[in-house]
Design a protein around this ligand. Structure first.
Ligand code: MN
Ligand code: MN
Length: 478
């Protein structure tokens, strides 16, 4: 017996020395840290509840950063060192300038996207059928369409009138507001629906929201319900049917983010992907101000990631170039060589969510290299499909720098792959930034139910993702 124990202990010692053990991040949490974990999540929920679209997110970021002393670049002077930039109100950046003389050495950059999978109104949405009024929609991003039926939806967005005036619309978030919904067929009559493949259970053209049923002046005539809705919209918002053409109106699940579980260890919300990394990146940049770093730092908020990073606010545009150029111009350092060198020498965290292992669907993951919920931030060296197709793959040297920084600060981290090798896959903004020559890696929170109307994130993973962004800004050098 004695001998056996001695052998085991030697093996244990060897294991301690040589093995990487993925630990549960909740294990051994001290009360002071527990407080920090839950406090950070409270702030994050507040952010989520007022930032349901990309425009609302950029508005929130401007407001919160202003309180931290950031100045909009349009009003900034050379003496300002904390700058907020907005591009068309749908994308933006926060910049901490700590070394005006050395822009060419590059920036510590972090970036997340603030667009989310959702349902948009069509250009001419309103119609009447069977004495009820409906609006047609066109979904945005990768959704399972059947997730969106028979649930309360809120309408968020802007209408730009012909004269250029902007009308902001938020309906469905207050208790007294009405909501909207996409109806589904009753189970009793769903025989033909149930025989269809998943993608056709509810089709794109069936995603129509119910918006009313009272005829104009209570007289039933052709289109009198539609007319009554148009009259209501005109009375309340001053809009006519043609104004929908120049509108961005989005349907999102109504209501606030919620704690999930008896122990409140999770947050459930629409659009964690990727406002979770946007919020944490913002918070890390605010908090890193208190250190005396000599590195220039940026947090970028992209649009259109969910539809391929296109558009002028997406990562597959020259947005990052424009951001850096605008900063260089502000301080009178805007020559092309400085710009191109600054981009090449930068280090970039492509902050986005990854898929946590769901016990009910564990067969899609390879557990040794998949993300575990509650085991901390995910470092994703590559994404892509099949043989890493379409992926940026981070250089080993950059990964080494990051794990050194994370280990130094006690960040609970894990590596993550999006599913088994040939199971599927996906991409992020990473490859678009790598095109400038900078080092890029994906880094973010593991989720359950990603892209569903109610996504789940663990509060301890949120906390360690924040800590990882802090460690990145604190320890890495360009
Ligand atoms: Mn994402
Ligand atoms: Mn996504």
């Amino acid at each position: 017996m004695v001998k056996k124990t001695a052998v085991k202990s030697e093996l244990d010692k060897l294991k301690d020395k040589l093995c990487f053990v993925k630990k549960l991040a909740w294990e051994g949490i001290k009360p002071t840290e527990e407080k920090k974990i839950f406090a950070l999540s409270e702030e994050y929920k507040k952010f989520l509840n007022i930032s349901k679209t990309e425009r609302e997110s950029i508005n929130t970021l401007e407001k919160l950063s202003k309180k931290q002393g950031y100045v909009n670049i349009k009003k900034a002077k050379k003496s300002d060192k904390k700058i907020f930039l907005s591009y068309d109100g749908v994308a933006g950046a926060l910049v901490n300038v700590n070394d005006i003389e050395n822009f060419a050495k590059g920036f510590l950059m972090n970036g997340a996207h603030v667009d989310v999978p959702r349902i948009d109104l069509k250009q001419f949405p309103l119609y009447e059928s069977h004495d009820m009024a409906y609006m047609k929609t066109h979904y945005y991003g990768g959704i399972k369409k059947w997730h969106w039926v028979a649930r309360p939806l809120a309408l968020h967005g802007v209408v730009i009138l012909e004269n250029g005036k902007q009308v902001d619309i938020v309906i469905g978030e207050k208790e007294t507001d009405p909501v909207f919904t996409i109806n589904d067929i009753l189970p009793h009559l769903a025989k033909s629906q149930r025989a269809k493949p998943e993608s056709a259970i509810i089709e794109g053209e069936q995603l129509n929201i119910l918006v009313g049923s009272i005829p104009y002046k209570f007289k039933s005539e052709k289109d009198s319900v539609k007319m009554n809705i148009l009259k209501h919209l005109h009375d309340e918002f001053g809009i006519v049917e043609q104004d929908f053409v120049s509108a961005e109106l989005q349907l999102v699940p109504a209501g606030p983010a919620r704690d999930v579980g008896f122990d409140k260890s999770f947050i459930g919300s629409h659009g964690h992907d990727d406002r979770i990394c946007a919020f944490l990146g913002m918070q890390a940049l605010f908090d890193i101000q208190k250190t005396k770093s000599k590195e220039n730092m940026i947090m970028i908020f992209f649009d259109k990631e969910e539809i391929g990073s296109c558009g002028n606010g997406g990562a597959d545009s020259n947005l990052v170039e424009r951001i850096v150029n605008d900063i260089l111009q502000l301080y009178g350092k805007g020559d092309y060589n400085t710009l191109i060198k600054a981009l090449e020498n930068s280090k970039f965290l492509s902050s986005d969510v990854n898929a946590g292992i769901d016990p009910e669907w564990a067969h899609v993951n390879e557990p040794m290299n998949a993300a575990k919920v509650g085991a901390g931030v995910c470092l994703t060296k590559f994404t892509g499909v099949g043989g890493k197709g379409g992926s940026n793959e981070a250089h080993a040297e950059f990964v080494a720098e990051l794990r050194r920084a994370f280990n130094k600060d006690g960040v609970m981290w894990q590596t993550a792959e999006l599913g088994k090798v040939d199971e599927g896959g996906g991409g992020t903004i990473a490859k678009f930034l790598a095109a400038y020559g900078m080092d890029v890696i994906d880094c973010g929170v593991p989720l359950l139910s990603m892209h569903a109307p109610f996504e789940i994130a663990s509060k301890v993973d949120i906390y360690h993702t924040y800590k990882s962004y802090m460690a990145f800004y604190k320890h890495l050098k360009c």
